[in-house]
Design a protein around this ligand. Structure first.
Ligand SMILES: [Zn+2]
Length: 167
């Protein structure tokens, strides 16, 4: 984590810290000793890391629950799988390894509307049954009423699936 110390003569006692574009900016009074600043920075770093961890656990929890709900709704809860967010998928919205029963969803999708995300989850879940984009695959996916619209939405953003021209 990058840290920037900003000293201010105006400040007397207050120390503040916040993330600005991924940089931890700590504002301290000029009079504060180096050791004290170092200690404070460490403390801020720790608390930010803790917060990030909690947030990512929450996001993971949400993903598992959402996928579980779709599994129940569309596949009678029969599918077994592991689902994770993936940070290194830029233009790829998701991937499914049917053999390993592992689904990865791009963390960039977090901001998309939930109905689009549901489509992506359903698409990847369907790959656990049909590995390719066969007719029977699309039959499964198109059970989702907004499938067509979601495909258009993702296409508009330039997202595609791993190893696939289709979405
Ligand atoms: Zn696919």
């Amino acid at each position: 984590m990058k840290v920037r110390i900003i000293k201010s003569k105006k400040r007397r006692k207050t120390v503040t810290a916040r993330l600005e574009d991924g940089v931890l900016c700590v504002r301290v009074p000029t009079a504060l000793s180096k050791d004290k600043v170092k200690l404070l920075v460490e403390r801020f770093k720790k608390s930010i890391k803790k917060k990030k961890k909690t947030q990512s656990l929450k996001k993971q929890d949400w993903l598992v629950k959402r996928a579980g709900k779709l599994n129940n709704e569309f596949f009678g809860g029969k599918l077994n799988f592991v689902i994770k967010w993936s940070k290194n998928q830029k233009r790829i919205y998701g991937s499914c390894s049917a053999g390993l029963k592992t689904i990865r969803i791009s963390s960039r999708l977090v901001k998309l509307p939930k109905w689009v995300l549901d489509y992506v989850l359903l698409h990847e879940l369907a790959h656990l049954i049909e590995a390719n984009h066969s007719k029977s695959f699309w039959r499964l996916v198109n059970q989702y009423k907004r499938a067509e619209r979601a495909r258009g939405y993702l296409m508009g953003l330039g997202f595609k699936e791993e190893n696939s021209d289709e979405i």
